[in-house]
Design a protein around this ligand. Sequence first.
Ligand SMILES: NC(=O)c1ccc[n+]([C@@H]2O[C@H](COP(=O)([O-])OP(=O)(O)OC[C@H]3O[C@@H](n4cnc5c(N)ncnc54)[C@H](OP(=O)(O)O)[C@@H]3O)[C@@H](O)[C@H]2O)c1
Length: 350
Amino acid sequence: MRKTYSSLGAESLNLILIGFGNVGRALARILWEKIDRLRGLGLSINVTGIFKSNGGFVDSNGLMLGEILEKSEQHKSWVPGASPLSHIEELPCDVVVEMTPTNVRNGEPGVSFIRKALEEGKDVVTSNKGPLVVSMKSLLSLAERKGCFLLYEATVGAAIPIFTVAREFLRHDRIICVEGILNGTTNYILSRMSEDKVSFDDALREAQEMGYAEADPTYDVEGIDAACKLVILANGLMNMDKHLSDVEIEGISRVTPEMIELAEEDGYLVKHVAYLDGEKMEVAPRLVPKNSPLAVGGTFNVITLNTELSGPLTFIGKGAGPRETASAILADIITIAKKRGGIKSGEHVA
Ligand SMILES: NC(=O)c1ccc[n+]([C@@H]2O[C@H](COP(=O)([O-])OP(=O)(O)OC[C@H]3O[C@@H](n4cnc5c(N)ncnc54)[C@H](OP(=O)(O)O)[C@@H]3O)[C@@H](O)[C@H]2O)c1
């Protein structure tokens, strides 16, 4: 039987945040901004630890998030060298929020943090694809054995609530196939090449200057990021046990202006499409009709679920961005609180 939070109601939901970069800081800011709204729902959130690679902010009575965002390591709660692994046991904690960098080779350090949290009986929310791409099934079964939640809405499409929709609204239905555009950087590059006749190199440089693409863009441009998200969709939506090696991957670096022009003459756009059904998983440049729901521009992501009973359902949204990602994390935290009986159904935060 799942536990309920005895602390909810009069007291607080205690969180530990691991990772205080773009997403971790955005989450802290949103928790700070929405503090009264959340209390209005009966959800009083207390952050007892925030960890970076070189130490952590620690206060078992609850950290002052506004002060920490302002003063950073000058804040009195800063403990150089403090490790999340020991503090997960020691600090008051109901939910561990894991937001360390993605590592698709072995999932670390995220795998160790998530495993430790679940072994200690803590619920977990993560925005980190690495641990799920490497060992999603084993982490989900550990969560199951421990009666804990492991939620990961932010890992695919940031604020697009794809897993929540499937979990809450499509349990009676069957997802037959999934297709979408799962990487904002490649979509930006192809959109600029198509709409403004910019060259691949110039569009990539722009994406880097605007902070969409990494200094080393291989991960995005060669389709690895989209393939990782497809693995999480396969396992999370269709109960599969897939890995990165199961995905046929082709990046966009061989797409030429001539290809784009020829496609346009026939009423098509060249898009970097991720596709998944019971047999096939692939990420590759594809021709998409200009009036297709997949024909979204700029950095937008789109995901279509083709279902047995509900037909095609399409979701469009910003697939990245610290605030959008933090919003998905907070939605997962609220889901957990609700399922543990700590928040009333049917109310919303803002
Ligand atoms: N940014 C987005 O729009 C977005 C969207 C969806 C998903 N995500 C995913 O969310 C995660 C976080 O993204 P981000 O943009 O916030 O990354 P980031 O800015 O690089 O921040 C990563 C944080 O993790 C900390 N960290 C690294 N190793 C650690 C360790 N061993 N122990 C404790 N903390 C450690 C870093 O510490 P230091 O501060 O000391 O370096 C940093 O605070 C990534 O997995 C990313 O793929 C991001």
